[in-house]
Design a protein around this ligand. Structure first.
Ligand code: UFG
Length: 330
């Protein structure tokens, strides 16, 4: 098999995919500028430090290694930052993806797996999104990813390229073996932030809004374990290799948990009550509920979740934080 190029393979989700690819004997080339990724997170595969937007570098990698499959993770992913600095997101996410697609076209890449997001749906009225739910992003992060989706579909329509777009819901947890995890500095995602708080890396945990029209007043999300998400990428790869058609698929478990339920799970797993949990006003742009309909992922790719268990997700996330926990309140 030809090697696979994984952009962003030193980052949180990319590194878990690289680990699974390597474990099953795939040859992997990682392209990552290490802006938010970590050299030591690349388990297996060769790391090339560089930008997805660097045309000469990308063409050289694709040609030198005769790459016919690209998995594209490299992106900025912090929603509030995308609101304050939109061009950073359109540049690194949309423009760099355009460059990557041009390089793929120039070198004859046939398969492309793209890391997209539930943020393309914005605020669906029912709180449940399937792949036919109209896209209506409400922040530049979601728009930057939706623009990339559009480019990818158009390029596929005009060429022999075939793709799978995976729209992630709330990715959480870490490698159950404890080798790699989520090390994002200044993280904003609930399970990451709450686990940091549980091990003393943060002084306080905020609940953003307790007056939503949900059973306990806090927002509901569909949390998917990162290894189950990674497995969906390998299933997408297998689908493309047997000449499967281009697809857009949601990645979630199809049910959600509230912010309070997540906090209770962390308290249960850690065996401690979390101090300094404060209720603050709603965060701008949060839909009350966002849950995936992921029937197509199961039906078309044969994907079956292994870790659909909030406490398991939290246990792996907590274990990762406990490995290196400088305590602010020790
Ligand atoms: N929340 C808190 N306190 C925190 C952090 C989050 O109460 O400290 C709440 C949020 O208000 C929200 C829920 O926890 O109700 C989940 O928030 P996250 O920030 O963990 O995740 P989001 O649902 O905002 O974002 C996720 C993905 C994004 C994607 C988005 C699409 O991480 O990449 O879904 O809706 F864009």
């Amino acid at each position: 098999m030809n090697p696979i190029l994984v952009t962003g393979g030193a980052g949180y989700i990319g590194s878990h995919v690289v680990a699974q690819l390597s474990e099953r004997g795939e040859r992997v080339i990682v392209l990552d500028n290490l802006s938010t990724g970590f050299r030591e997170a690349v388990l297996g595969g060769e790391l090339i430090v560089g930008d997805t937007g660097d045309r000469d570098l990308v063409v050289r990698i694709l040609a030198d290694h005769a790459i016919d499959t690209v998995m594209h993770f490299a992106a900025h992913t912090v929603v509030p930052e995308s609101v304050s600095d939109p061009l950073k997101y359109y540049g690194n996410n949309t423009c760099a993806t355009r460059n990557l697609l041009a390089c793929c076209a120039a070198t004859g890449v046939r398969h492309f797996v793209f890391s997209s997001t539930a943020a393309v749906y914005g605020m669906p009225a029912s709180g449940i999104a399937d792949e036919d739910t109209p896209t209506a992003p409400i922040n530049p992060y979601g728009s930057s990813k939706l623009m990339s989706e559009t480019m990818l579909r158009d390029v596929s329509a005009a060429s022999a390229l075939r793709h799978v777009i995976l729209r992630y819901f709330n990715v959480a947890g870490c490698d159950p073996g404890g080798r790699i995890g989520q090390s994002t500095p200044n993280a904003t995602l609930l399970i990451k932030v709450a686990c940091e708080h549980a091990v003393g890396k943060r002084a306080q945990l905020s609940i953003f809004g307790t007056d939503y029209d949900t059973p306990d007043g806090t927002c509901i999300r569909d949390y998917i374990h990162v290894d189950d998400l990674a497995a969906a990428h390998l299933a997408a790869l297998d689908h493309l290799r047997i000449d499967g058609r281009s697809l857009t698929l949601n990645c979630g478990y199809g049910h959600g948990y509230s912010v309070r339920e997540v906090i209770h799970a962390i308290e249960h797993v850690s065996g401690q009550r979390l101090a300094n949990v404060v209720e603050v006003p709603r965060r701008a742009g949060d839909p009350p509920a966002l849950v995936a309909c992921s029937d197509r992922l199961k039906a078309i790719l044969g994907w079956q979740p292994r870790y659909d268990d909030l406490e398991f997700i939290v246990r792996t996330a907590l274990a990762w934080e406990q490995r290196s926990a400088p305590r602010v309140n020790a």
